[in-house]
Design a protein around this ligand. Sequence first.
Ligand code: V47
Length: 443
Amino acid sequence: MPAALSPTAPATQLPAPSGVNTDPRLGQIAAKLQRGQRLSLDDGQVLYTTPDIWGVCELADSVRRRLHGGVAYYNINRHLNYSNVCALSCKFCEFYRKKDDADAYTRDAEYVKAEVARAVEAGATEMHSVGGLHPYLPFSYYTDLVRTIRQESARLGGELHVKAFTAVEVVHLAKIAKVYRQDDRAAGIRWVLERLKEAGLGSLPGGGAEVFDDRVHDEAYKGKIRSDVWLDVHRVAHQLGLNTNATILYGHIEQRRERLVHMDMLRTAQDEALVRLGYRADPQGAVTLTAPGARPPTPSMNAAGGYFQTIIPLPFFPDGSELEHLPGPAGLENLRTLAVARLMLDNFPHVKAFWIMQTLAMAQLMLQCGADDIDGTVVWYDITHVGGASTHQEVNAAALRRAVRQAGFEPVERDTLYRRVERQGQRWRLADEPAEAHRAAQG
Ligand code: V47
């Protein structure tokens, strides 16, 4: 029996904790990270296959601490799914309904105003709004939706940032408005985004990306836009000064290599966005924000916009979908994928452990494996019902803060653009804003 495992061995001879030393290949990756060098797809393959998952977490945590120190973010938000009617029938999706289904819904202005009132009363800073590709709603429905959220929240003494419409919806809107042309996709996308921005749209969420691979696309979400179009929408949004997020929906019919390719395509798109904002690329065209001494975007850059803020790995939930026969990813795969995303996406400032899909307990672990954000209070969530949850999936801000503290980090409330929020009850303001600019939920 090795001394370290002998029951009589002194405590100092306990086995070495799992770490980068247990797999020499991780040592080589650690050296690259130390130099601020971008990881290759083969490095990603090592991170995915090494038995030393805690070594991978340790690396992701060291990179995350370089960027965010001991801080982890949450926000006070609401999700508003304006309609579950969808022209598509993606195999992974349990959310979509057809127009005549008994439980199909489309929210009207009164419903939206009531949700805004509840959100303002709770001191929320963000309304996250997405829906299916409704075949019949006119383009004006969407600009009205954004305008209603903005105007109604202002009327009630609050301010809700509108983060709305995935890239898939943006293209659908361009088709509805009859401005989408295959030979100049960007023009139609720009037309839509300019009007939504003018109505008050603040940023784009990261949904609809799934996995950027044509085989997976054709098998699981045929009819949806492909990766090139998804990236076009985000590129145009960035050019218009909108910040956006990105997701990866993993654990269904894709291979791990395809996830890595997805991450690589996102970081290439982010290189382009950051160069446009004045960052200098290395000779290979890479801009790494996780290199020692690199400067992540500042709060004023966040406000000016124009790049990807956050990667959100979404584990596939089979229940109720056409792919129900698949098991979906298990806990360690979720942990590892999040850590791999932190390490591969070296130019994404933030990595979100979306607690609704990961569970709050898992989100705590993820904070120790590369995540710096757990999303928000959410309240209503209709897209997945993890563990048989109802649509009402709410965690209050105190519980989010407690979860972050238990994970060993200082909880910081942020707005959608990752600016610090200071608040007294429902009254809030941005930390670097003059006191008189208080946004207040009255009363
Ligand atoms: O686009 C659908 C995914 C996404 C399933 O930007 C599923 O801050 C798992 O994008 N199992 C919507 N995932 C959610 C989303 C999101 C969530 C939180 C924060 C942000 C952000 C974005 O959910 C869809 C799709 O990729 N999805 N069905 C499923 N069965």
